[in-house]
Design a protein around this ligand. Structure first.
Ligand code: 13P
Ligand code: ZN
Length: 291
């Protein structure tokens, strides 16, 4: 089968368009990676060119990296400098499929990027995340990075603290605590494309499904495109509500209490991490938990 006709390519392109329509992908902002299933590789293999050059997987600092946990796997990845708004129009020019070698320290392009170019500059960060996620749950295949406006805005006014950020987001839409009961990890501003930010994000992904990059954007993971997109969408919706509330008042008159959050656990079959359910002094938005 041709990659262009596959359900995988269609689902990938649809997610890119959905993200663009949300306003999360100005210019070349954002990137998307998918660890392919063996049966998808087998079905599409005839469409691959397997004589491409093996390249090092370098961080921005140019030091090489290796992802032995992903050795021999194939990934669908967006191209560096490519615009998400163009992916659905011309997937072959804007997306590629890469193969990792048997040591997990080199990759080659086997399909796509027909007009040249490289996989996303965040490739090592995606692979670092996909490696820890595969260990956590082999069904998690997607890592998605975008620039969601309201979430970014909140990184300028909320403390850059996972507990506070998560709790404030949880309070804005009941669904959040159900969809990501392990909350949101926060990475302070660090240069993107580098090892430090990549490793900090992967550390978060060991336990949590979302990492917010202060003053830049967010990363999330998922088993399917629907779940990964839905996760980002849910957080960003809550962030939008919080931005609207903050534009009216620095204080919430009414909100969801810790005991009300605990009521969700049993009926929804979740366990909301208790570290987010600390007591607050009053309704002031962004207050730190007492030591
Ligand atoms: P790329 O175009 O290299 O994917 O970079 C976009 C981006 O959002 C970097 O953080
Ligand atoms: Zn970015």
């Amino acid at each position: 089968m041709r990659v262009l006709d596959s359900d995988l390519m269609k689902a990938y392109a649809r997610m890119a368009t959905d993200g663009f329509q949300q306003g999360w992908h100005e210019r070349n902002g954002g990137n998307l990676s998918y660890r392919m299933k063996a049966e998808e590789v087998a079905a599409l293999r005839d469409d691959f060119t397997e004589n491409g050059e093996w390249r090092v997987i370098g961080w921005q600092e140019n030091d090489e990296s290796a992802f032995p946990g992903l050795a021999g796997e194939y990934f669908m990845v967006s191209g560096s400098g490519r615009y998400f708004r163009n992916i659905e129009l011309d997937p072959a020019a804007n997306v590629c499929i890469i193969e990792l070698n048997e040591r997990g320290d080199r990759y080659r392009i086997v399909w796509g990027l027909t007009e040249g170019g490289m996989p996303t500059s965040e490739l090592p960060t995606h692979l670092a995340n996909l490696e820890v996620l595969k260990e956590r749950d082999p069904e998690i295949r997607i890592v998605y990075h975008c620039h969601p406006t309201n979430t970014i805005a909140l990184t300028f006014v909320l403390p850059l603290d996972s507990r506070v950020f998560t709790r404030e987001i949880f309070e804005m839409v009941t669904e959040c605590a159900v969809v990501f009961p392990e909350g949101i990890g926060i990475v302070p501003w660090v240069i993107c494309g580098g090892r430090v930010i990549g490793e900090m994000t992967a550390e978060i992904m060991k336990k949590q499904d979302i990492a917010v990059w202060a003053h830049h954007g967010a990363f999330c993971c998922g088993k399917t495109f629907d779940l990964a997109f839905g996760l980002m969408h849910t957080m960003e919706k809550a962030a939008e509500v919080l931005v609207k509330v903050l534009s009216m008042s620095p204080v919430k008159r009414n909100t969801i209490t810790p005991d009300q959050f605990r009521e969700l656990n049993e009926p929804f079959g979740i366990h909301i991490n208790e570290s987010f359910l600390y007591e607050k002094k009053d309704g002031t938005i962004g207050q730190l938990p007492e030591a």
